[in-house]
Ligand binder design. Structure first.
Ligand code: GRG
Length: 293
């Protein structure tokens, strides 16, 4: 097996084991816990936690001090997917290869499972004995900012308000930076914060972090057009019927590919300038840019 693939699988396994334990141990048994585990155990690429742990590796830190915050990040991401799939939002029937949470349970349970995952994310950081109080406050504050009304939730609102409207490329960029970019960016900045990098490395890693969401989202838009072998529940070959603006709709498919490649170059150049052990992070950036699901 390719060494990067093995690296990814090993890290996904570490994250999964810890995530499942957190949900089982910190939540009362019953329907709510079942609904949380249903979405958490459904898989997912675990890109955000792996990015966080890889940033710590790149900076030579012991990555076990990143486990709680890596799991917290995945909890916030999973909550956002559960809520995004609800009839009031995207109204999707499948997610991560199975029925969406509200289809498998019911809408009220899905809302509560999302709420409980969001709040559990803050609890697991604050209960981690390997973190100092100062680190806990910093991480909870930054995760809140990246997730809430200045981050992912703000991006989701902007996205909903832009539906069926013609928007500029700058407006689309702002949606993606908030909706998808801020959590990906948090993965890098949280991993760096716990690793105490040199100022120059931090600056370059931050620049890299700021374009990851755009790379990720443009590739998502491209996959909606070109089809992806791994997706379940996505119409292959077109994004017809979807009233949301996308990069290919505004720039054309070739224009979107070019834009994604430019951001990928920016990320890889910044990583190079950061002067860190960049092997795994650069493979992760390539993976984000060329993933097929
Ligand atoms: C409802 C509060 C709230 C926020 C929703 C991120 C988001 C905001 C909605 C997700 C909608 C969506 C499908 C966006 C496209 C980009 C994206 C985040 C895809 C899913 O992330 P992956 O590919 O998923 O990392 P897995 O399942 O691998 O974890």
């Amino acid at each position: 097996m390719d060494s990067f693939k093995k690296y990814l699988i090993d890290y996904q396994q570490i994250i999964n084991e810890k995530l499942f334990t957190y949900v089982r141990e910190y939540t009362d048994p019953g329907r709510l816990q079942e609904a949380m585990l249903y979405s958490i155990e459904a898989g997912g690429k675990r890109i955000r936690p792996v990015l966080l742990l890889s940033t710590m590796d790149a900076l030579g830190a012991q990555h076990n001090r990143g486990y709680s915050v890596a799991c917290a990040l995945e909890m916030v991401h999973t909550y956002s997917l559960i809520h995004d799939d609800l009839p009031a939002m995207d109204d999707d029937d499948t997610r991560r290869g199975q029925a969406t949470n509200h289809k498998a349970f019911d809408e009220a349970t899905a809302i509560l499972a999302g709420d409980a995952l969001l709040t559990l994310s803050f609890q697991v950081i604050t209960e981690d004995p390997s973190l100092t109080d100062e680190e806990k406050v910093y991480l909870v504050r930054e995760l809140s900012k990246a997730s809430g009304g200045t981050g992912m939730v703000a991006g989701q609102m902007e996205d909903m308000l832009s539906e069926s409207k013609q928007i500029s490329i700058d407006a689309l960029k702002s949606i993606h930076v908030n909706k998808t970019g801020q959590l990906l960016s948090f993965a890098i900045t949280a991993g760096a914060y716990l690793s105490h990098p040199a100022e120059k490395s931090l600056q370059e890693l931050t620049k890299m972090a700021n374009v990851l969401g755009l790379i990720f989202q443009i590739q998502d838009d491209i996959l909606d057009i070109t089809g992806d072998a791994g997706a379940i529940g996505k119409p292959v070959g077109s994004d017809e019927g979807n009233s949301k603006s996308t990069y290919p709709k505004i720039l054309g498919l070739q224009g979107a590919i070019k834009e994604k490649e430019q951001y990928t170059d920016i990320a890889l150049q910044s990583l190079k300038r950061a002067g860190v052990n960049a092997t795994s992070l650069s493979r992760l950036i390539d993976y984000l840019s060329s993933r097929d699901r």
